[in-house]
Design a protein around this ligand. Structure first.
Ligand code: ZN
Ligand code: FE
Length: 274
């Protein structure tokens, strides 16, 4: 009689945890077994605590762009060890902690899987996103937020529109991990732009319940964002009409619509709701 075959030890699943930092940032912690990779650690203490509490070995730090709330904790977390820190080549001069310089289309091997680099200029000129096609995960920094998008500090509206279009074209069940908890204020603006959007109303109720329970609103999904995020919907007639009415002038193309929508959001203060 032969012994029953013992199954191979299964590879631990890839998990993603949110580490809240500052007032509204998330550092994303990717975990496989006892191995960990961080995305955009803007400060070290809460991140180090999360690693210690879970007993994890830090293997790599991914960087999306040069802003201090995304890179400020790197040096302390690395602590003089040889931990790879891949990040955008175009911002290397502003991020001295980088050890590998990435461009669009590059692939990073980590935690037994692969992340593809997508260049998403707009918020900053060298901003990159990390897409995990096998696991359907997207870490998009300050480019795409749930219900919104990053401010245009360095890039043009045309660049940001093109960047968001690339992200929107990913599979609809891709989980979207943004770097800030801005969802509720973004959805207040989205409702002002597109009040008749039923999916937006439903999503808003789910997000409010989530936040009331003290949970992150993230990750979102690409399919959800296509349905509710006005910055991914500037080709829709309803959005166009609302933006033109707000701007009070004729807008000739989708880039002009997008630019006017972004400017509208920049000056938007939600009215107090009963
Ligand atoms: Zn930023
Ligand atoms: Fe940020």
């Amino acid at each position: 009689m032969s012994k029953p075959l013992r199954s191979e030890p299964s590879v631990a699943a890839l998990q993603v945890h949110a580490i809240p930092t500052f007032s509204d940032n998330y550092v994303w912690l990717l975990q496989r077994g006892s191995r960990a990779v961080l995305v955009d650690p803007g400060e070290a203490p809460p991140v180090q605590r999360a690693l210690d509490q879970r007993g994890l070995q830090l293997e790599m730090i991914l960087v999306t762009h040069h802003h201090g709330d995304h890179v400020g904790g790197i040096a302390q977390l690395v602590g003089g060890r040889t931990i790879p820190v891949p990040g955008p080549q175009a911002e290397a001069a502003k991020i001295p902690t980088l050890t590998r310089l990435l461009n669009d289309g590059d692939v990073v091997d980590l935690l037994g899987t692969q992340a593809e680099v997508i260049a998403v200029p707009g918020h900053t000129l060298g901003h990159i996103a990390f897409h995990f096609p096998a696991e359907k995960l997207l870490f998009c920094g300050d480019t795409l937020f749930s219900g919104g998008c990053g401010r245009l500090f360095e890039g043009t509206p045309a660049q940001m529109l093109a960047s968001l279009s690339r992200l929107a074209a990913l599979p609809e069940d891709t989980a979207v991990y943004c770097a800030h908890e801005y969802t509720q204020s973004n959805l207040a603006f989205a409702r002002a732009v597109e009040g008749g959007n039923r999916e937006l109303a439903d999503y808003r109720a789910r997000v409010d319940a989530c936040r009331s329970a003290g949970e992150p609103s993230l990750p979102s999904r690409i399919g959800t964002e296509r349905a509710i995020n006005p910055f991914l919907r500037t080709a829709q007639a309803g959005i166009r009409d609302a933006v033109v009415a707000h701007a009070g002038e004729k807008l000739n193309d989708q880039t002009a619509i997008f630019a006017a929508l972004r400017a509208w959001k920049d000056g938007f203060r939600p009215a107090a709701t009963p």
